[in-house]
Structure formats: structure tokens, C-alpha cells
Design a protein. Structure first.
Lengths: 462, 195
């Protein structure tokens, strides 16, 4: 670690991992509710568990992105952070708001939460992923603005690199598109139309820039490859991401009341969305092959290489599976969507955050370059356990989805939703087992950081 | 796009330009290719409509634009030939001529778009027009980006940034412009002519 202010990343990373554990616990709860409907009812109904599961995911990834930014920016800009104090203050505000929100979901009925937080003054609640009370959303905007101010000033006063510009572009995009969360028209078509500007343009647009920048940073550090080569790749990846991702939003506009041309636009452009992910795979392997040093943090390298591969599979391949309008006509809102959502989020965003935590945390905790070999072995086990169980979660959900579509929508005697759910429960049981293994992997990930042993010091020359 | 460092420096000059531009070109061709395939598929579902709507296009404007764009590409070739001889002034002149023709393409295309707009044609008029407007507009945006790249190159020639030994950046930009040209050479007959 070269700059003292990089320490600001530490609490963000710790909070991210803790909330990640929470997310998985709620995932397991609702996974069980799929097969035992009244499990934990009425304390934690399914809709609440789902809300907590998805909201925690987004919040912990934001913590991860912020931590990554605080770690990466001083090193890229070659200067201390503009204000470390602001970073710590915003951390506690953000964490407080997050915890209060989740407690609100769990302790009071959602309608009551809406009432006591004054939702009727500026109604923004009640929409998937944007369930947070309006006042929390405003707080989130303030936190992100403070965070952007802090990092933008730092970059402006220091060395300007492509990596930090791309990261900044992604983060500003994240903030700007979130503003559409406050636009809540009465017309349901318009509502959905702009709702996707937050949801899609985040994960299939600006978040990809954040991911690309973090991946580039980690790979530069781990492989010692020339910055110029990495930057060139970044340019192309960004161009393709924006080219395909922005109009690719159209794959959410089928049959919701938007003009018919969206079926073509959405199909064509989103069919190309795997390309930037595929480029990231080539990029990562290229860098690994050209590496000039043998970095002692092998676990971080594993995460960095695994990220684009899983992102390509989850976001690229599983996305393409149901992105064409004629296919989506049948698969819309089925378990295929859930399968894609799980692997895409894991591959693209969970793994990139774990990659940078894996790279940075040993140094944030006062080690020279990496954890001990013993610790890294455990961490690599956690990589494989989580990744392989996620592959199985995805496969089981895909199986459930195919069967669901067949029984409910295509077969000769279409059956009702609940009857079909009963019939595919075996897949849900298997998914739950895979989920437990995922949790074990995650626990091992946490444990790995507390394993001592002799640490390797300086990066050995290859 | 200030980067002119070549991965290919010191190696044979094939493929010309920066390696990364070729990845961009393949990705772009793939994007247009999928558009063309979708067009062919949609047309096969409704040949009569496509044939009828096709007759309403201004084929003369399309043909002139084809000539304009091919000539512009040729001028870029001349510009690079000039820089290989270290003739900066001539290279700049050819480059500006190429930009001039590219701009004529833009004007003619805008005229075509305006006529269709005036006739009340929109993306929702019918499937043919959805494709016509989408593909030509998508290509139109590429021409604009290409013109920006050519203009940067023209100013860099003037500043003496390119020489007979080092003009990799020019080759890279030229590749992009030829790609824009190539796409139009397929797009024009496919959408305006073939029945």
C-alpha cells in the first residue's frame, strides 16, 4: 500500500462482506420458502425476504465499488485522497441508512414503512429493486455525491490515467441513472420504461465500466503488463459495452406497451452484448500470459481471471439465451430469468468486488503483498466452492425454468402457476443444497483472511 | 484516441494499423451483419411489403452517396500514399478532400431523412421502414464518428505528427473509414436495390 488514505477502503470492504453474508442468508431463507411456503411465516414473508436479498446485493456491491475506488484512486492518481475524513463519515451514514432500511423492511409492514417515511410527498416506493423509502433514496444520492466529489477532486489534482477516468465515468453514470428512481409517472408503461434506465443501464451499462476499470487495475498490479496495452483494451471494451448496452435496454421493452420496433432493436443490440464480456475474457487471459512478474497473491489472480469467464457465461451466454424477442415471448419472467440473474450478478459484480478485496485486503491489514500460502489455499477453496455451486444454482434454475415454461406456457394443457411450482420443486431443493454449499464457500472466504502463517513478501520476478 | 503506440511496431506491416482497430472492425461488422440477417429474415416473412416500400426510397440519392463514399475512401488511400513519401501537404489536402466528400454524404443523407420525415414515415410505419431508418441511421452515426477521426488525422498531419516511418495512427483511422465505406456498399444494394 503506497498511500495512507487507501485505508479508507477497509471499512467499506468489511461492510460489503458482512452484508454479502446477510444477502446469502436471506437467499437461503427464500430458497426454502420456494418449497416450504410457510417457512418463517408470518415473521419473514417471501416478498420481504426477496426484497432484503436483492437490496442487500445492490448495497453491498455499492460498498464494494466505493471501497475499490478509495483503494484504487490514490494509487492511480499518485496522491492522497482529497478527504479521508469525508470517506469515513460517508461510510457510517451509508451503513446506517442501509441497516435502518433493512430493519424497516423486516420490522414493519411495507405499507406502514411507506406511510411513516412520507412516501406520499414524493412517491418512489413499491418498485422492484427501488423499494427503499424516498428519504433513504435522497440520502443515497447525497452519499454518492459526496463520494464522487471526493474521488473526482483527487483524480483532478493527481495523475490522470485511463483506468481512473473509466472508473469515474462509470461512477458518475451510476449516480446520474439512479436519479430516474425519483421519476415515477402514473402511466405504467412510462414508469417501466424509465425504471429500466436505472436497472438496465446500471448493470448492462455503467457498472460494466466500473468492472472493466477495477479488473484492469487488478491485472496491471498482478501481472505488471504495460499500462498502454491495458488501456487500449479498455477503450475497446467500453466502446462495445456502450454501443450494445444502451440500445440493448430494448430487450426489456417487449410487449409492455412500447413501440414494436423495440423488439428488433432490443433483440439485435442485446444479442451483441456478450461481445464486450468476451473481450474481457480475452483481455484477462492475454494479460495473464504476458505477465512480467509472479505476484505472490495467487488467490487474487484466480478471482481476476475467473471474473470475466463467469461474467461472460452468466451475463453473456445466459443473457443471450432469452434475449431474442421470439424466445422471450415464452421465457419472460420465468426461472430462466432467475438463473441468468444469479450467474450474471455473481460473475460480473460479486467476483470483481471479491477480486479487488482479495488483492487489497492483505495490504490493508498490514501485510506486504499477500496472505500466507495456507490462507490462500483456503481462499482458493472458497473460490471453487462458490463458483461451482453458483454454476449448479444456475443449471438447476435453468432446468426449473425450461420445465416451468413447458408446463405453464407451451404444453398442450397449460397448467396454473402454483401447480407447476409444485411439480418443479425437486429443482428448487437441489438449488437450495447448492445454495448451502455457496454459503460454506463464503464462510471459508471470510475465514481465509484470519489464517496466519508465513507470508510471502515482495513480488518475485518471473 | 491519442494512443498511436502500435502493438505491431517493428513487425511486418500486416495487418496495417493498430491491432485493436481490427477487433473493433470485426465487432462492427458483426453488428451490421446481424442487422442484415435480421433484415433478410424479416423480408422473407413479408416480401410484398418490403418490395413496395423499397420503391419509395430515393435510389438516385443512395447511388450518389455510394459514389461519394467510395471516392472519399480512395482519397484517404491517396493521403496515406502521400504520407509514405513524406509529402505532408499533399497528404493533408487528400485528407480534407475525403472529409469534404464525407460531409456531402451527410448532407444528402439528411435530405433523405428529411423527405421521409416529411412524408410522415417513422420507425413504426412498417417493418421495412423500421429497418431502413435503423440501419441507415446507425450507419449515419458511424459516418459522423469517421469524420471526427479523419478531422483529427488531418490536423495531426498538419502538425507534422505523421511521417513516412511513423504513421500507424493514420492507418488505424483509415481502416475505420474503409469499414464505414464497406458497410454502405452492402447496405445500399441490400436495402435500396435488391428485390
Amino acid at each position: 500500500m503506497q498511500y495512507q488514505s487507501q485505508m479508507a477502503a477497509k471499512p467499506y470492504f468489511i461492510a460489503a462482506i458482512l452484508l454479502f453474508v446477510g444477502q446469502i442468508v436471506f437467499g437461503l431463507i427464500m430458497g426454502l420458502q420456494y418449497v416450504i411456503g410457510d417457512f418463517l411465516f408470518p415473521e419473514i414473508p417471501f416478498n420481504v425476504a426477496r426484497m432484503v436479498h436483492t437490496n442487500l446485493l445492490i448495497v453491498w456491491l455499492l460498498f464494494g465499488f466505493m471501497g475499490a475506488t478509495y483503494y484504487l484512486v490514490p494509487e492511480e492518481a499518485e496522491t492522497e485522497l482529497h478527504s479521508t475524513k469525508l470517506a469515513y463519515i460517508l461510510f457510517w451514514i451509508f451503513l446506517g441508512a442501509g441497516v435502518v432500511t433493512v430493519l424497516g423492511y423486516l420490522l414493519v409492514p411495507y405499507a406502514t414503512l411507506a406511510r411513516i417515511t412520507g412516501n406520499e410527498i414524493l412517491p418512489t416506493m413499491g418498485r422492484e429493486f427501488l423499494e427503499q423509502p424516498t428519504i433513504i433514496k435522497i440520502g443515497l444520492v447525497l452519499v454518492i455525491l459526496g463520494f464522487l466529489y471526493n474521488t473526482t477532486i483527487t483524480i483532478l489534482k493527481g495523475r490522470k490515467t485511463v483506468v481512473s477516468w473509466v472508473l469515474l465515468l462509470g461512477l458518475w453514470g451510476l449516480a446520474i441513472f439512479f436519479l430516474f428512481a425519483f421519476y415515477n409517472p402514473h402511466n405504467l408503461v412510462l414508469d417501466k420504461y424509465y425504471w429500466w434506465w436505472v436497472v438496465h443501464l446500471w448493470v448492462e451499462g455503467v457498472w460494466e465500466l466500473i468492472m472493466g476499470a477495477i479488473l484492469a487495475f487488478v491485472l496491471i498490479k498482478l501481472t505488471g503488463v504495460d499500462r498502454e496495452v491495458v488501456e487500449k483494451w479498455l477503450y475497446v471494451i467500453i466502446a462495445m459495452t456502450l454501443l450494445t448496452g444502451i440500445i440493448g435496454t430494448g430487450h426489456h421493452y417487449y410487449w409492455i406497451g412500447t413501440p414494436e420496433y423495440w423488439q428488433w432493436w432490443g433483440s439485435i443490440f442485446s444479442a451483441l452484448e456478450p461481445i464486450p464480456f468476451f473481450m474481457m475474457v480475452i483481455f484477462a487471459f492475454n494479460m495473464a500470459n504476458k505477465r512480467r512478474r509472479q505476484h505472490p497473491n495467487k488467490a487474487a489472480m484466480l478471482w481476476a481471471i475467473g471474473t470475466p469467464v463467469m461474467a461472460f457465461l452468466g451475463a453473456g451466454v445466459w443473457g443471450f439465451l432469452h434475449t431474442l424477442a421470439p424466445v422471450n415471448f415464452y421465457t419472460h419472467g420465468s426461472q430462466i430469468t432467475a438463473a441468468h440473474g444469479h450467474m450474471a450478478f455473481y460473475g460480473a459484480y460479486v467476483m470483481i468486488v471479491l477480486a479487488i478485496i482479495s488483492y487489497a485486503m492483505p495490504m490493508l491489514r498490514g501485510r506486504a503483498a499477500a496472505n500466507s500460502d495456507k490462507s490462500q489455499v483456503i481462499e482458493m477453496w472458497s473460490f471453487w466452492l462458490m463458483t461451482v455451486s453458483m454454476v449448479f444454482i444456475t443449471l438447476f434454475l435453468t432446468g426449473a425454468g425450461i420445465l416451468q415454461i413447458w408446463l405453464q406456457r407451451i404444453g398442450e394443457n397449460p397448467q396454473s402457476f402454483m401447480v407447476v411450482q409444485e411439480k418443479i420443486s425437486l429443482f428448487y431443493w437441489m438449488r437450495e443444497v447448492a445454495g448451502v454449499i455457496f454459503l460454506i464457500g463464503l464462510v471459508l472466504y471470510v475465514i481465509s483472511f484470519f489464517i496466519g502463517g508465513e507470508e510471502r513478501t515482495a513480488p518475485a520476478k518471473a | 484516441m491519442q494512443q498511436t503506440t502500435a502493438l505491431t511496431a517493428g513487425k511486418e506491416d500486416y495487418p496495417p494499423g493498430d491491432f485493436v482497430i481490427w477487433i473493433v472492425i470485426y465487432a462492427e461488422l458483426l453488428a451490421f451483419g446481424i442487422f442484415f440477417l435480421s433484415y433478410a429474415f424479416a423480408r422473407s416473412q413479408n416480401v410484398e411489403l418490403f418490395n413496395a416500400s423499397q420503391l419509395e426510397l430515393n435510389r438516385t440519392a443512395g447511388a450518389i452517396n455510394t459514389l461519394v463514399l467510395i471516392t472519399s475512401s480512395y482519397f484517404v488511400v491517396r493521403s496515406i500514399a502521400a504520407i509514405r513519401e513524406n509529402l505532408q501537404k499533399q497528404a493533408a489536402r487528400w485528407m480534407w478532400a475525403a472529409i469534404g466528400l464525407g460531409s456531402i454524404f451527410i448532407v444528402i443523407k439528411l435530405f433523405e431523412f428529411y423527405t421521409k420525415y416529411d412524408e410522415g414515415i417513422t420507425l413504426s410505419s412498417n417493418t421495412f421502414y423500421m429497418f431502413y431508418l435503423s440501419m441507415t441511421f446507425f450507419h449515419f452515426m458511424h459516418v459522423i464518428l469517421g469524420l471526427v477521426i479523419l478531422t483529427i488525422m488531418a490536423t495531426k498531419i498538419r502538425h507534422g505528427d505523421y511521417t513516412a516511418q511513423e504513421h500507424d495512427g493514420m492507418e488505424t483511422g483509415a481502416n475505420y473509414w474503409h469499414m464505414v465505406d464497406l458497410v454502405w456498399i452492402i447496405l445500399f444494394p441490400l436495402v435500396y436495390v435488391i428485390r
